[in-house]
Design a protein around this ligand. Sequence first.
Ligand code: CGF
Length: 840
Amino acid sequence: VETSFARNSPLSVQVEDDRTGLSLETLKRAFLDNLFYVQGKSPDIATAKDYYMALAYTVRDRMLHHWLSTGQTYRRTHARTAVYLSAEFLMGPYLGNNLINLGLYDLFEQAMEELGLNLKEIMDQEQEPGLGNGGLGRLAACYLDSMATLEIPSLGYGIRYEFGIFEQAFHDGWQVEKTDQWLRWGNPWEVRRPEWAVHVKIGGHTEGYTDHQGRYQVNWVPDKVVRGIPYDTPILGYQVNTANTLRLWRAESPESFDFDAFNRGDYYGAVNSKIISENISKVLYPNDDKLEGKQLRLEQEFFFVSCSLQDMIRLLMSEGLPLEQFPEKFTVQLNDTHPAVAIAELMRLLVDDHEMAWDLAWEITQKSFAYTNHTLLPEALERWPMYLFGSLLPRHLEIIFEINRIFLDQVRLKFGPDNERIARMSLIEETGGRYVRMANLACVGSHAINGVAELHTELLKETVLKDFYELFPEKFVNKTNGVTPRRWMVLSNPRLAKLIDQHIGTAWPTQLDQLSKLEAYVDDPAFRNEWREIKQANKRFLTARIERLTGIKVNPDSMFDVQIKRIHEYKRQQLNALHIITLYRRLKQNPDLEITPRTFIFAGKAAPGYFMAKLIIKLITAVGDIVNRDPVVRDRLKVVFIPNYNVTNSQPIYPASDLSEQISTAGFEASGTGNMKFALNGSLTIGTLDGANVEIREEVGAENFFLFGMTADEVTALKASGYQPWQYYEENAELKGVIDLISSGFFSGGDTETFKPLIDNLLQQDRFTVLADYQSYIDCQDHVGKVYQQDQENWLRMSILNAARMGKFSSDRAVREYCKEIWHVDPVSIELQEYSKMVA
Ligand code: CGF
């Protein structure tokens, strides 16, 4: 193809179709070219990493057309854009997903094979960007996938952490953390865009002055300025032309070398400011559902929010639109309160930098933002000591005071001089130290507030956000989470995906409701047989992987009973451990007891500073050490802890599991999303009425769900009546036996100290009512075991029905709801522009 960069310019170049061509021959040549020209390697010395990089570039080349055409179309049509502001994006490995979304997976697999290479092995080389802790970051990633697939103009903004979530290793059964090095080999998916860098002020003080028109203005004099550099990654939709952008900010120093300091002979000082600035995007805080009240964390939050808002204003202006049009051009979703300071920052940009009147600026701000709450745990609600907030963001604190003054007048107007209510709703907490309350700021500055499952939204209205619900009932909506079927089925369970394709056609990955057509096959023996065989094949695959990763041999014919998620007391991995010990004791007491052989599979990280979570991990590995080796058990029970849970490692687990453990204390898990991935892949849930479990059970039918435990109301009532956990221990001989066995040091080499904090906590406080739910859980598990063992056909039927009825839990459904009810954004379809026209 003959083309030119500028018409009639001497820059005319000969372009091979190496970068766009799709024939097998072209793909192979393009791959070898990238190996040669980009990696600088010939095949004889290329490493596995080189192959990965060459392949990633070959795939990326085939995405650029989509990406550039999408950008052009959005600019030309002034497309209204949904902006997802999130401190975390847990994207998972890109290569496989991009191949699936491009529809080129099989072709590339063949091309690699013809070159004597194996696509899966190459995919295994990818270091995933672990830029999130768990559910919240992964949700953001699923939503980006759905927005692109639904052709919704969107932009994700976040932080390009140099070190993402730590790598988990084990020492003597304890978790040890190692630094994540996802950037060590380079990241082929991103493009650095220094031309769109912005400056972010931090610290200092403010000065009032009167401008030439006699108006009072405020000038913020910072004591440092950092530079935010955007790194862009294309986010492809599934088999559409849309490729949206994920824009992550890296902090740098405006001057990488301070010559003044150098000339003064201060060699350390000359590079110091660079080091300090870069710290901001250095590392992800490894806490989920818990606030880390560190200065650097607040700097991170402000940094990416300020960069993103400045970038949005630049985009708006580059389209020739006035600032007043900000809320027409953008709708900004706050993923939890981490980016809530955006409300004050947009006010500052409009009022101070662009000299807009306060009232208009406030109207624009409220119209622009919407807030998603992800947790009811009080320890997760962000609040910043006022002195810290004021020392980093002196101008924002003034703005928040002013927002608060006007807001509290509104509260008084509606409710009268109810001082307690005013104290609760104030953006500033004044009881025992002064704090800025980010959830209150988010509620006041947003036009919509949502929880992430029906129960969660209801509980928000009744508890943590009750006052705000009474003031602004119209702002509250529910948006039950969802997961993308592309990654969580098409990519990670290809065998099942193919079977489904063969029976109901290929539309289901984007119209997940169509899975209901599978119900017609639930009694079809041939279909059931294939369903069973696929599960078995997936289990054998995981079995091999488990042996490779842990050295433990498990039996693929046993029930795979799986709990994979963050380790947290409210998620109750300790309850699962109590069940394992219960079964173990039964076998010790009666070695010939008939029990269903089970493999208990755990995976998940504990926050490095969360002692109790780490102790729970130690308990699980310690129980495994004993149970896995005891000859009395005769391999009927196995316990494995798969290390370093992340997206990559989780993908082969969901398709291979039989039983999904969703056993949190009712009222504590906002939604959960793992629960959806399991059921979609045909595993049955044992769970409480918590989070999205409630809706999953409604969809799949109560008869296809193993329910146990107290309801959220019952938990509250029990606590109000004065919960005495030790009574449950005293009155339940089996529970007492289990607890005593742990206390005796049986699992800790005779040492009675190791697990004492955990046992003391269970007997004395038991905030998460583990002991109160123990018997109900054990009874339910006994029932599960019987059905699995004695009624295989029924189990299979339930498995098929679970998958068939998961339509609701596609992230496409969730994104459609956000678009319709909160964002008011419509799809824009993208036509691929011809390359020659694009560069002309
Ligand atoms: O967000 C969570 C997860 N831990 O990241 N919350 N936060 N923060 C909730 O606990 C989950 O229940 C929820 O599914 C997830 C995404 O909304």
